[in-house]
Structures are given as structure tokens and as C-alpha cells.
Design a protein around this ligand. Structure first.
Ligand code: GLN
Length: 193
């Protein structure tokens, strides 16, 4: 079976662990490089991207995470996790660092300028039925590089993208018990393994 890490420095780690285990994966909370080394794939959870990035540096994980991503490790990033995966951030805190790897520009707290949180049904390529998507101070994807596919839009903005083994959503598929986004991710991991 697949061993999938959840970066467990801050944020909604437990919700991702529950979703991954419900799909039959072995979920590992990753705080140290030894834990990362055991993983076939990784989830970057929702939470606070600045805090997670700061802790990743403190825990000496930033370099190892970048190396694994450069080496082709599949990663699912949700909300703050999408920001962490992005190569470029608009409206970040001064000097905000990301892990990077995904050739997109995200705008942090983008929807939050109108409304902090909202829920809406989103049509996502590859899924027959819409996803009920929960957005909480969510980013949107403002620009994508040539290798990036937009999978879903909300209010005219890209909110789910894929670049090879990297999948990112502005919303929180780990909330609400709909396992389809995690399943799409794990199917992609299994296809590479
Ligand atoms: N606004 C948060 C950030 O910038 C993301 C919010 C979330 O993950 N729900 O990291």
C-alpha cells in the first residue's frame, strides 16, 4: 500500500489523515526528515502558510521538501498548502517563503477581500459530480505556467490545478467527508508507483 505523509507542523492535519486512511493509505504525520523519507507522497494541509513555512525552516524540512518535490514526489496542497506549493505569492507577508515546485502565482486571502469564508459547488475536471467546496480565507491561482492544468474555477478564478504529480486546491477537500479529491490524488500516486 501507499504511505502518504501529512506535513504536521500546523493546520488541519487530522482531517487529511482521516481522509487518507479512509481510502486505505497509511498516513504518517511528518515533522522530521526521517518521516518524510518513508513517504511515497505528501499532503500540505490547510492552516496558515506563513506559520507552516516558518516551522518547516525551523525543523530543517524546507530543503528536504524541495528536494523530494524536485525528485517527483506527488504532493497535494490544500488552501495554505496550495500557497506553500506555489512558486510565487501575491499579497503574502513581507519575505514570505514557500516550498515551491508548482509553476503558479497565487494570491493569498484573495476571496477574503470580499468575504472571509464561503461554500459553493465546483465542477472539477475528472469528477462526474460537482464538489461541495469549502473556502476559508482562501487563495486563488492568478497565473499558471505552461505545464499547469486548471481543473476547477470559482467566481471566475482558478481554484484547482495540476502540474504532473502536484495537485492543489484553494478549498478544503479534507472537510466534509467527500473523499473524491483525495482519491484522484492517490490514483495519480499509484499510477506513478
Ligand atoms: N489564509 C491562509 C494562509 O494564507 C490559508 C487559509 C486556509 O488554509 N484555510 O495561509
Amino acid at each position: 500500500g501507499l504511505t502518504v505523509g501529512v506535513l504536521a507542523l500546523q493546520g488541519d492535519v487530522r482531517e487529511h489523515v482521516v481522509a487518507l486512511e479512509a481510502l486505505g493509505a497509511t498516513a504518517v504525520r511528518v515533522r522530521r526528515v526521517e518521516e518524510l523519507d518513508r513517504c511515497d507522497a505528501l499532503v500540505l494541509p490547510g492552516g496558515e502558510s506563513t506559520t507552516i513555512a516558518r516551522l518547516a525552516r525551523t525543523f530543517d524540512l524546507l530543503g528536504p521538501l524541495r528536494e523530494r518535490i524536485a525528485g517527483g514526489m506527488p504532493v497535494l496542497g490544500t488552501c495554505a498548502g496550495m500557497i506553500l506549493l506555489a512558486d510565487r505569492v501575491l499579497d503574502g507577508e513581507p519575505g514570505q517563503q514557500t516550498i515551491g515546485g508548482l509553476d503558479v502565482t497565487v494570491r493569498r486571502n484573495a476571496f477574503g477581500r470580499q468575504v472571509d469564508s464561503f461554500e459553493t459547488d465546483v465542477t472539477m475536471s475528472g469528477l462526474a459530480e460537482p464538489v461541495h467546496a469549502v473556502f476559508i480565507r482562501a487563495p486563488w491561482v492568478e497565473e499558471v505556467g505552461p505545464g499547469v492544468e486548471v481543473l476547477a474555477r470559482a467566481a471566475g478564478h482558478a481554484v484547482a490545478v495540476r502540474q504532473g504529480p502536484l495537485l492543489a486546491t484553494s478549498f478544503h477537500p479534507e472537510v466534509g467527508g467527500d473523499l473524491r479529491v483525495h482519491r484522484v490524488f492517490l490514483d495519480g500516486v499509484a499510477a506513478l508507483a
